[in-house]
Design a binder for this molecule. Structure first.
Ligand code: HEM
Length: 458
């Protein structure tokens, strides 16, 4: 039984929290300094290289999870009210409450939290994620249609494979024949972003690096949320740049599949896709690092990569494991849309809710907390009852929860089918993976397979 109580479930009405605990001032301060501040400092909307490196060196992510454990031991599993002046927040400590809060979104748990609105207004003010419930109901189906949310394999996947293969072949070409080469984050992400622009906006956008740079500038401001004013001119310029590709969109691009009836602010919807594909690239590169350093996973992944199927279930679950171990959305936020009764307390409308996913994903009571265990996922991309929600869950689940694993596994396959990879840095211990995996500093050794066997014959 979770703290929300189950009595209202049958009629799909959320009855309010059965109980909440209130954190002391010192513990509230600890959460702010050890959980909230490092998450914000690393960059919620675009990662800051220096801060990610610092988090890795100081092991800040592990420390944050440990603090959360201490709080659960001290206060119990009921939601913990953090009395932050002017902005009280509930911190969830129980997997059952995670599942329930996500199930009862957008009411009474709104996705459009104040913090999210402040951040995303910098580059996608009309996006579904920060829209009120009525508007969300109009916009959400459009994303689901374009991104083929309900389909495991997106209908345009064959075209996506052609794009991915071509762009990653360029990386393989730079390695050349015979000699091993190195694959760093900058080289990987340049190829990845070409894939993203082609997949989202079509062939014409392939080399539009300016578009990506403009978005990145806006994302850097978005990291500051309320603390920076929106750069209206740059926002307008970015939306114009996106708009150019929307006049005659290619049918097999995601933009071409976005229904355009009514005032849907397509630029704001598509901005989220371009932004979120960055996280998918980070997770894909980390998965390459994991596969390259885990002999037990390598063989099956290569088998899938050299096969003909577009669905690569094993590679997909490896990506999900990477997202469990190093979630790219570490904080899923909600906000109460109405006052709620919680035992003998009343929670005010507007109270924020924090689901700090690393805490649930890395619970030390799990035998596999710090290692890769692809089998846990089965055919799912979300296991809310266990608290494994890298793509969230419920009605606001990421509408690309099928698309991302598909494109990622195609990208991984494009390299694994043709090259042997090994991890040069960092050094990873399979049974004790670190709390932070700094993607900026991952370095892979790449050796084209055919070239190597030709050399061996000489
Ligand atoms: C590693 C890659 C990704 C991860 C881990 C991820 C995860 C998430 C999460 C956690 C949310 C928030 C849901 C909530 O508040 O409950 C979300 C929302 C969303 N994501 Fe993703 N995402 C990824 C990539 C993508 C991509 C590539 C796209 C589009 C092509 C996309 C489109 C969206 C949209 C449109 C929403 C808003 C959904 C709504 O509010 O109904 N995401 N995603």
């Amino acid at each position: 039984m979770n703290a929300l109580g189950h009595s209202g479930f049958a009629e799909k009405r959320c009855p309010g929290f059965a109980r909440i605990n209130r954190a002391g001032w010192l513990d509230t301060l600890r959460v702010v300094t050890s959980v909230v501040a490092p998450t914000i400092a690393k960059g919620v909307i675009i990662r800051r290289r220096k801060m990610v490196r610092l988090a890795e060196r100081q092991d800040l992510d592990t420390r944050a999870v440990k603090l959360m454990q201490r709080l659960r031991e001290k206060y119990g599993p009921a939601p913990l009210l953090l009395p932050i002046p002017f902005r009280p927040h509930l911190l969830l400590l129980d997997t059952g409450d995670v599942a329930t809060v996500l199930e009862f979104s957008p009411a009474p748990f709104a996705t459009a939290s104040t913090e999210k609105r402040a951040a995303l207004a910098h580059f996608e003010p009309g996006n579904v994620l920060i829209s009120p419930a009525a508007r969300r109901a109009e916009l959400r189906p459009l994303h689901e249609k374009a991104l083929a949310t309900a389909e495991r394999i997106h209908p345009c996947s064959q075209q996506f494979k052609i794009i991915v293969d071509a762009e990653f072949q360029e990386i393989l070409n730079t390695v050349g024949s015979g000699r091993p080469g190195e694959l760093s984050w900058p080289a990987f992400s340049q190829a990845w972003m070409r894939v993203v622009r082609r997949v989202v906006l079509g062939e014409r956008a392939r080399n539009d690096v300016t578009l990506t740079e403009t978005l990145n500038d806006l994302r850097k401001r978005a990291n500051w949320a309320f603390a920076a004013p929106v750069d209206q001119r740059k926002l307008e310029r970015f939306h114009q740049q996106v708009g150019r590709y929307l006049r005659e969109p290619e049918k097999t691009s995601l933009a071409g599949r976005l229904p355009r009836d009514g005032a849907i602010e397509p630029e704001s919807q598509i901005a989220q896709w371009l932004f979120a594909f960055d996280a998918a690239g980070i997770a894909t590169f980390r998965t390459l690092a994991i596969l390259s350093s885990h002999a037990s996973l390598w063989g099956t992944a290569v088998e899938e990569a050299t096969g003909t199927e577009l669905d690569r279930p094993f590679t997909r679950t490896c990506l999900l494991e990477v997202l469990r171990l190093w979630p790219t959305t570490p904080a899923i936020l909600r906000e109460l849309t109405e006052d709620l009764k919680a035992g003998d307390r009343r929670l005010r409308r507007g109270t924020g809710i924090i689901i700090f996913t690393p805490f649930f994903h890395r619970d030390p009571e799990l035998a596999f907390a710090n290692r890769v265990e692809p089998s846990i996922w089965g055919p799912n991309e979300a296991l809310p009852a266990m608290g494994f929600v890298p793509f969230s869950a419920g009605v606001a689940i990421c509408p690309a929860h099928n698309l991302v694993p598909t494109i990622a596994s195609l990208a991984i396959g494009a390299l694994l089918s043709k090259a042997d990879l090994s991890l040069l840095q960092p050094s990873l211990t399979a049974g004790e993976l670190p709390g932070t995996l700094n993607h900026f500093d991952i370095l892979l050794r790449l050796q084209a397979r055919r070239a190597r066997s030709a050399a061996a014959e000489l």
